[in-house]
Design a protein around this ligand. Structure first.
Ligand SMILES: Cc1cc2nc3c(=O)[nH]c(=O)nc-3n(C[C@H](O)[C@H](O)[C@H](O)COP(=O)(O)O)c2cc1C
Length: 256
């Protein structure tokens, strides 16, 4: 399997190989003139492949306000159902709030640990699954499910599209943060009702995520859970179905 740099280089190379032979008007005709330059593409793919969920290695270096604003602006430019923009961001720097949230995590995590047995339980207990107090900034991301009124365009059949939209905003922030050298960790092992009260979030609003952000001494090359032996990345070819479910490359080969 190619390394990270290999993947990024390959992504950028495919631009050069595929796009260069097409020139002038025919490029425009084919819609290729909107393609990013090779360097720009490489930067985007680098952010994608080098993004990590960060729970350790946070540094106390403060995150300047204007950088935080860049990240939140990136989040705010995510797609959202009917342009609903259902998100809000509760920025937490206060140590007392962080420590209260950490207590919530410890409780929820102790409960979660009881779901595993034997070696798996021991492995779970060794995982570091949050960096709440170490991270200079925590952000509670919410979804206002009533924003935009009762009839949000595109939401009539799938009500949860507002939640999906908020996840898109988080992913934007996560990627933008990586380009700034800022690590982001998503902590979901929390009692969200208690978290909601702690952050003073109104009843009608859903707390969707709790993020920990800060500069880091190191971005891991692979997901921590993979390194710890918890779970591996599934080969992509097992997950792509051609025309209908079950028709994967592996299945097709098997059939021949
Ligand atoms: C919705 C969501 C919830 C997550 N919750 C947690 C969490 O509570 N604790 C944790 O350590 N990681 C959490 N993660 C991070 C995942 O464990 C991580 O994304 C995955 O292991 C892949 O690693 P990577 O993000 O470094 O590629 C969460 C990620 C997502 C998308």
């Amino acid at each position: 399997m190619p390394g990270k740099t290999g993947i990024i280089r390959r992504a950028a190379r495919s631009y050069r190989d595929e796009m260069l032979p097409v020139s002038g008007n025919s490029r425009e005709h084919a819609g290729l003139h909107h393609t990013f330059s090779m360097a720009e593409r490489a930067a985007v793919y680098r952010a994608i492949f080098e993004r990590r969920d960060v729970r350790r290695n946070f540094l106390p270096t403060p995150v300047p306000d204007h950088i935080l604003m860049r990240l939140l602006t990136a989040a705010h430019h995510a797609g959202s159902v009917g342009f609903m923009q259902p998100w809000d961001f509760v920025v937490v720097r206060d140590r007392a709030i962080k420590s209260a949230v950490k207590k919530l995590f410890l409780k929820a995590n102790a409960e979660a640990a009881t779901r595993y047995q034997g070696k798996r339980a021991a492995l779970y207990r060794n995982l570091k699954l949050e960096g709440i107090e170490e991270a200079p900034i925590n952000i509670g991301v919410t979804c206002s499910r009533q924003r935009g009124g009762p009839h949000v365009l595109g939401r009539s059949m799938v009500r949860d599209t507002d939640l999906y939209s908020t996840c898109c905003a988080i992913q934007n922030l996560w990627l933008a943060a990586r380009t700034e050298g800022i690590g982001v960790g998503w902590v979901s092992i929390l009692d969200h009702s208690a978290l909601k009260r702690m952050l003073g979030v109104p009843k009608s609003v859903t707390v969707l995520a709790y993020l920990c952000l800060g500069y880091v001494s190191n971005f891991a090359a692979r997901p921590d859970l993979e390194t710890a032996g918890w779970r591996e990345r599934i080969p992509l070819k097992h997950l792509i179905h051609y025309e209908s479910w079950g028709n994967t490359v592996t299945e097709r080969k098997g059939r021949r």
